[in-house]
Write a protein that binds this ligand. Structure first.
Ligand code: SF4
Length: 455
């Protein structure tokens, strides 16, 4: 709408016989007469967009061990050496966690096993799966099991168990061999080979679609957008996730070595998006998952299931983390902050009822800063219906749960990506627009399943 028309609407100077009046009324942007107008369609749209808050957390992350054989410079958790079994989730805490899982009302539950490297404590995974399935015989929930793992040292017995219980695998692949090995070193320098072998073995036993991969972008990665995407294509992936380095855990300690300004990420993303569009134009479907979720928000009335980009926040409302020591967190980021010494976002202990966690000071603090529509700057932002609040991210970056959007990397990333995707959608060729729309509608189909994090 031209600014002059907009000003006339705001000043109530638009006449009811003008075509623009009818157009705005049809789009529920203005209301002529409260007695005859109905807000029902608008409310229905709003309810659809916010449906993800109706049933409580769907994503439940069980940290079965902090042990890991990697020494990644940007590790986001306090990984521990292989022999340290005191960093494994004990049986009594696991039993309490299963009780808590079923206190939540959601019909669809994703149970994600994380670490460290969760395969190093596989006997806890098997006992948890058996306990959850036994309990579920009379609960009747739809349960999806996921392991976030490097997939190194995956055994045939583990794969057979996963096949019998319909597991999905989520791994980390940072790009071509030179980049992956540099980002994720093992003493034997064979991290890439082991991951690729794990992907192939997982696909063979669990099915092609049961294995997904996420990318973590270090400063080194930003020089290789095309190579990273081509590597995913070479390995037969139809989805790639390009996420900037997070400000948590060891990633923050090594920020000066691996970190970069968010502007560098946005420049990288623009090149990556153009390459992805050309890959799709050549006939090979490949989507970028974060872009897919933002486009789904832009072009459909539905919400994605991504817990880091919701309003009200997904922390504690969309996800729960049961840590190896029995502490419960509202998100993986809160757990990472705790590993850095700040436990202020812990909701409580696994042997306390869910209602106690919801009343905890940590949850009150998160909720007070967790609705984007009420936050300074977001309240006036055109993108707020599509964006989210992330109080823990803002606390980690700016020392305050509300934060200051004009200087917030979270906000710069969101605005930059929304601007870029809208620009490509509006000015791109017909086929580019079709490709972006196909991503958006795919996001809608995936709404019921929360996005998972990789190791
Ligand atoms: S783009 Fe920034 S200001 Fe706008 S809603 Fe998102 S975080 Fe808030």
């Amino acid at each position: 709408m031209p600014s002059a028309d907009f000003a006339r609407v705001v000043d109530k100077e638009l006449r009811s016989d003008e075509p623009l009046f009818a157009d705005l009324q049809a789009r529920h942007l203005i209301m002529a007469d409260a007695a005859t107008s109905t807000l029902a369609p608008l409310l229905s749209q709003y309810r659809t967009r916010k449906a993800c808050i109706e049933h409580g957390p769907k994503l439940h992350i069980f940290v079965v061990s902090l042990r890991c054989h990697h020494t990644c410079a940007y590790c986001q958790v306090s990984r521990q050496p292989l022999g340290q079994s005191q960093f494994d989730l004990p049986g009594d805490a696991a039993a309490h966690a299963v009780e808590r899982l079923f206190e939540w009302p959601a019909r669809d539950l994703t149970v994600e096993f994380q670490g460290g490297e969760p395969l190093l404590h596989f006997e806890r995974i098997t006992s948890l799966v058996e306990a959850i399935e036994a309990r579920n015989r009379h609960e009747g929930r739809n349960i999806r099991f996921v392991i976030a793992s490097t997939l190194h040292d995956l055994t045939d017995d583990q794969l057979a168990f996963m096949r019998d219980h319909r597991f999905e695998l989520s791994t980390s692949l940072d790009g071509p061999e030179w980049l992956h090995n540099a980002n994720r070193p093992r003493p034997e320098k064979d991290s890439y080979r082991r991951t690729v072998e794990g992907i192939e073995r997982g696909r063979k036993v669990l099915g092609e679609d049961a294995v997904s991969a996420l990318t973590t972008l270090t400063r080194r990665s930003l020089e290789a957008p095309v190579e990273i995407i081509d590597e995913y294509r070479k390995l037969g992936f139809h989805s790639i996730s390009l996420r900037p380095l997070s400000p948590y855990g060891f990633a923050r300690k090594t920020e000066t070595r691996n970190g970069y300004p968010i502007g560098d990420f946005l420049r990288f993303y623009a090149v990556a998006l153009d390459h992805l569009l050309s890959v799709n134009r050549s006939g090979y479907f490949m989507e970028e998952t974060y872009g897919r979720m933002l486009l789904g928000q832009l072009l459909t009335p539905f919400s994605h299931g991504y817990v880091d980009l919701r309003s009200p926040t997904g922390a504690g409302l969309g996800a729960i983390v049961y840590d190896y020591d029995g502490t419960v967190y509202p998100s993986d980021e809160a757990r990472m902050l705790a590993s850095m010494g700040d436990r202020s976002f812990a909701l409580g202990r696994v042997d306390e009822p869910v209602t106690a966690w919801l009343k905890s000071p940590a949850m009150q603090r998160i909720l007070a800063a967790g609705v984007a529509e009420t936050l300074p700057t977001c309240a006036d932002c055109a993108y707020v219906p599509l964006c989210g609040a992330d109080p823990i991210d803002h606390f980690a970056r700016q020392g305050d749960t509300i934060g200051h959007r004009p200087t917030s990397d979270f906000c710069r990333k969101q605005m930059g990506l929304f601007d870029l995707l809208l620009e490509r959608w509006e000015t791109g060729s017909g086929s580019d627009r079709q490709i972006l729309e196909s991503w958006a509608h795919r996001a809608t189909r995936r709404e019921a399943q929360p996005e998972v994090e990789a190791a």
